[in-house]
Design a protein around this ligand. Structure first.
Ligand code: HAM
Length: 428
C-alpha cells in the first residue's frame, strides 16, 4: 500500500474556510501600518546560514537547535528564515537603504523553526513584522508600541497586556551577565539541565525558565534594572512617560529578556492568558548596533513581529471575526443559448472594478435546484436567464436574503439599479 502523503508535522494548510478571517486580519493590520508610514518589503525565504548565526546569536535556542539548515547543490549552507529582522537588515545594507533618514518597513510571511509543535507553536508559522531604522530616540519606541496597541483596537481585541523592560547598553548587559552568572554558579546544584547548559553561554536566558522549581531562585536573582547604565535608564523613563501620555497601559517586567541576541535597551511583549502556554502574540525591541555589526553604517533600530496563528487563534477565542463578507450574485440559466448569454452577462458584470463575486451555475439542473445552490453558496442575488428573458433581452433579479421573495424582470442594463432598489425595500 502506498503511504498516505501528509503535510510536514508542524506545518499547516490554510483552508478556504479560514482564509477570509486571515485576509481580514491582515488587511486591518496593513491599514494601520500604512497610517504610520510603513512600507512593505518582501524578502527571500532562504538566506545564508551565517546571517542568522551572526544576528540572532550562536548560543540562542533558535540557532542552536531550531533552524532548518541544508546544503544546496553548490555546497553553500542555507537556512529557511526563522525570523524576519535579520533578512531586513541584510537587504537594507545590500541595497543602501540606510542613509540616515527614518526608514519604516513591514513584512509578512512564513518563518521556520524546528520546535516541538503544540497549540500556538508550529514549525512553519506566519509573522507580520515591522522595523523602524534611523533613530535611537524613545519617541520611536513609543510610536511603534502605540501602533501595536492600535492593532488590537482596530481588530476589536481586548485582554492583551503589554510588558516592557530595558536591557541597557551592551556594556551594562555584559556586567549584569557576569553578576547573574556568578549568582547562578553559587546555586548551581539547584539548576535543571537546561539552565546548566545556559549558565556558561547565555545566563540571561535562565530568567526565562518556566520550571516552577526555579521560580524562587530566579525571583531572588540580581535584577536587571539595577544594572542599567544612566543613559538607558533615562531612555526607558522617557519611553514610560510617552506611553503614559499616549494612553498605552503597560507593566514593567524586569525579567523580560527575550530570546534573540541582537536586542539592547527597550524590549516588549504583548501577552495573553487566553491561549495557554504560547501566550506571546507580539514581541520586539531595540537593536541599535545590529546594522553596524553586519557591516552597515551605524543605524539604530527598533521592531517587532506578531505571530499570525496566535493572533487568529485569539480572535476566534474572543469571538471576533475580522472577515469582511463579500457580495455574491448567482446566475441561473437554462442550458444552450441561455447559458451562453448568461456567460456573456457574467463576464460583463465582473468587468466593473467594484463588481461582486459573480458565479455562473454550470449544471444541467432545473431552476429550482440552481436557486438552491445559489442559496448554499451564500448569494444575495440570483439572476435568472430563461427562454423568456433570452427572447426579451431581459433578466429576472431575485433577492435571496429577503424575508419574502422579491423578484422583478427588467432590462439587462438595469440590474444594478434593480438590486439597489429591491435591497432598499427589504429594509423595514
Ligand atoms: P520572536 O519573539 O522570536 O521575535 O517571535 C515573534 C512572535 O512570533 C512571537 O511572539 C510569536 O507570536 C510568533 N512565533 C514565534 N515562534 C513561533 C512558532 N514556533 N509558532 C507560532 N508562532 C511563533 C522575532 O522573531 C523578532 N524578529 C521580532 C523582532 C522584530 N524584533 C525586532 N524586530
Amino acid at each position: 500500500m502506498v503511504a498516505k502523503l501528509q503535510a510536514v508535522r508542524g506545518m499547516n494548510d490554510l483552508l478556504p474556510a479560514a482564509s477570509p478571517r486571515w485576509r481580514g486580519a491582515e488587511q486591518r493590520l496593513q491599514a494601520v501600518l500604512a497610517r504610520y508610514g510603513y512600507e512593505e518589503i518582501r524578502l527571500p525565504l532562504v538566506e545564508p546560514t551565517e546571517l542568522f548565526a551572526r544576528t540572532i546569536g550562536e548560543v540562542t535556542d533558535i540557532v542552536e537547535k531550531e533552524m532548518y539548515t541544508f546544503q544546496d547543490r553548490n555546497g553553500d549552507s542555507l537556512t529557511l528564515r526563522p525570523e524576519g529582522t535579520a533578512g531586513v537588515v541584510r537587504a537594507g545594507i545590500e541595497h543602501g537603504l540606510f542613509q540616515g533618514q527614518l526608514l519604516r518597513l513591514w513584512y509578512q510571511g512564513p518563518m521556520f523553526r524546528h520546535e516541538r509543535p503544540q497549540r500556538g507553536r508550529y514549525r512553519q508559522f506566519h509573522q507580520l513584522g515591522a522595523e523602524c531604522f534611523g533613530s535611537a530616540e524613545p519617541e520611536l519606541d513609543a510610536e511603534l508600541i502605540a501602533m501595536t496597541a492600535q492593532f488590537w483596537r482596530e481588530l476589536g481585541l481586548s485582554g492583551l497586556r503589554l510588558e516592557i523592560n530595558s536591557l541597557g547598553s551592551r556594556e551594562a548587559r555584559a556586567a549584569y551577565r557576569d553578576r547573574l552568572q556568578a549568582y547562578f554558579r553559587d546555586h548551581q546544584a539547584a539548576l535543571d539541565a537546561d539552565s546548566l547548559r545556559r549558565l556558561d553561554t547565555n545566563p540571561l536566558r535562565i530568567l526565562d525558565s518556566k520550571n516552577p522549581d526555579l521560580a524562587a531562585l530566579i525571583a531572588a536573582a540580581p535584577s536587571l534594572p539595577e544594572h542599567l547604565d544612566a543613559d538607558s535608564r533615562a531612555h526607558f523613563e522617557r519611553l514610560c512617560a510617552l506611553l503614559d501620555a499616549l494612553g498605552v497601559a503597560y507593566t514593567v517586567n524586569p525579567r523580560l529578556v527575550r530570546g534573540l541576541d541582537y536586542y539592547g535597551r527597550t524590549v516588549f511583549e504583548w501577552v495573553t492568558d487566553t491561549l495557554g502556554a504560547q501566550g506571546t502574540v507580539c514581541a520586539g525591541g531595540r537593536y541599535d548596533t545590529l546594522v553596524e555589526q553586519l557591516g552597515g553604517r551605524p543605524t539604530p533600530a527598533i521592531g517587532f513581529a506578531l505571530g499570525l496563528e496566535r493572533l487568529l487563534d485569539l480572535l476566534a477565542a474572543c469571538g471576533v471575526d475580522p472577515a469582511t463578507p463579500g457580495e455574491i450574485w448567482y446566475l441561473v440559466s437554462a442550458p444552450g443559448a441561455c447559458r451562453a448569454q448568461a456567460m456573456v452577462l457574467a463576464q460583463q458584470l465582473r468587468a466593473a472594478a467594484d463588481a461582486p463575486t459573480v458565479l455562473l451555475d454550470h449544471s444541467a439542473g432545473n431552476f429550482g435546484k440552481q436557486v438552491q445552490r445559489a442559496d448554499k453558496a451564500g448569494a444575495r442575488v440570483a439572476l435568472i436567464l430563461g427562454e423568456d428573458e433570452l427572447a426579451g433581452g431581459t433578466i429576472t433579479v431575485r433577492m435571496l436574503r429577503a424575508t419574502r421573495t422579491t423578484q422583478e424582470t427588467v432590462p439587462r442594463d438595469a440590474i444594478h439599479a434593480t438590486v439597489t432598489r429591491l435591497a432598499a425595500q427589504e429594509r423595514p
